[in-house]
Design a protein around this ligand. Structure first.
Ligand code: UDP
Ligand code: MG
Length: 311
């Protein structure tokens, strides 16, 4: 069985359209796999819940989790991963930007042995130029800072085998950026490409502010470099300060003081300034390590294990 995880937030006008589009795809798949649709209602304030319940009354393959308020898509997706019962899961959006016909391709690859299948969008027709540009900039910064780069143009629309879902669920952090976690758990990913259409209805539920917070969360959750960089900056400043102090000291000895007190004041400022930044860097090293510890990520994830004497 495969579980589709569909987070929904104020999507009363999209749900029926989504179900209409997806039903024939699931019917075609039925001889091979059973597909269950798990809606995660992320605190919608419109008729989303009512519409899903009405659909669930006529179809056995629809499940619904209601969150108590809007927790954001990342949390909703995690709730879905925790409650999904399928042997594989596919998170997808309700707005038909993740086209249902791609699901069959994902499942084909999974049945061919892949444990992660990424769906890469060939085009971003759905997004404005500014969105596309900021997205590219984000991936560039993220991949420069993080040890585990995430593929650009692959959203949450992927297939994970049960084994990978369990690995993702093991990661202990509270502030979760799914895409970063997906790349952290590893496993070789196969890839298929598709054209991303524009949103079927309404406008994006991601405000610029939410996106900005997600970008910061992703970067700070995946890299302690911004904290630790100050050790090196501090050392550089302290060295430069030392050289300049030596110069001022010598200059004052040889040529005398132009302004009384200048040399001693400037030397004090430089030395303490450099020491401050250096000390911040040292603290950063510790804070970075504390952060790594409190996340309680597993030390490793086993991909497979051949026991002695197995055929
Ligand atoms: N969504 C959600 N909670 C939120 C924001 C969005 O569950 O706080 C859902 C939304 O209903 C949709 C999916 O996440 O199914 C993707 O949202 P959207 O299409 O607005 O994002 P975009 O395609 O612009 O990235
Ligand atoms: Mg969308």
């Amino acid at each position: 069985m495969v579980t589709l995880i569909v987070p929904v937030y104020n999507e009363e006008r999209s749900v029926d359209r989504f179900l209409d589009a997806i039903t024939p795809v699931l019917a075609a798949l039925r001889p091979r796999v059973r597909v269950e649709i798990l809606f995660v209602n992320d605190g919608s304030r419109d008729g989303t819940e009512r519409i899903i319940l009405a659909a669930a009354a006529t179809c056995d393959d629809i499940a619904l989790i209601n969150l108590s308020r809007n927790f954001g898509k990342e949390a909703a997706l995690f709730a879905g991963l925790n409650h999904a019962t399928g042997d594989a899961v596919i998170p997808l959006d309700v707005d038909l930007q993740d086209p249902p016909h791609v699901i069959a391709d994902l499942i084909d690859r999974w049945q061919g042995g892949a444990r992660v299948v990424n769906a890469r969008r060939r085009s971003r027709d759905g997004d404005g130029p500014l969105r596309a540009m900021t997205a590219r900039a984000f991936y560039r910064v993220f991949n420069a800072l993080s040890d585990h780069p995430m593929p650009a143009d692959v959203g949450d629309f992927r297939l994970f085998d049960r084994e990978v879902v369990e690995a993702i669920r093991q990661l202990g952090e509270r502030s979760r950026c799914n895409k970063a976690l997906f790349s952290w758990v590893g496993f070789e990913a196969e890839e298929i490409t598709y054209d991303r259409p524009a949103r079927a209805e309404g406008t994006t539920r991601w405000s610029w502010w939410k996106l900005w917070k997600l970008a910061l969360d992703s970067i700070f959750a995946s890299s302690t470099l911004p904290l630790r960089i100050w050790t090196y900056v501090g050392v550089a400043i302290a060295l430069a300060a030392l050289c300049y102090s030596a110069f001022i000291f010598a200059h004052t000895l040889i040529f005398g003081a132009d302004v009384p007190g200048y040399a001693s004041t400037v030397i004090l400022i430089l030395v303490f300034g450099g020491m401050n930044v250096f000390a911040l860097g040292i603290i950063g090293e510790y804070v970075g390590r504390i952060y790594t510890e409190v996340r309680q990520r597993p030390l490793y994830i086993v991909r497979s294990h051949r026991h002695a004497g197995e055929p």
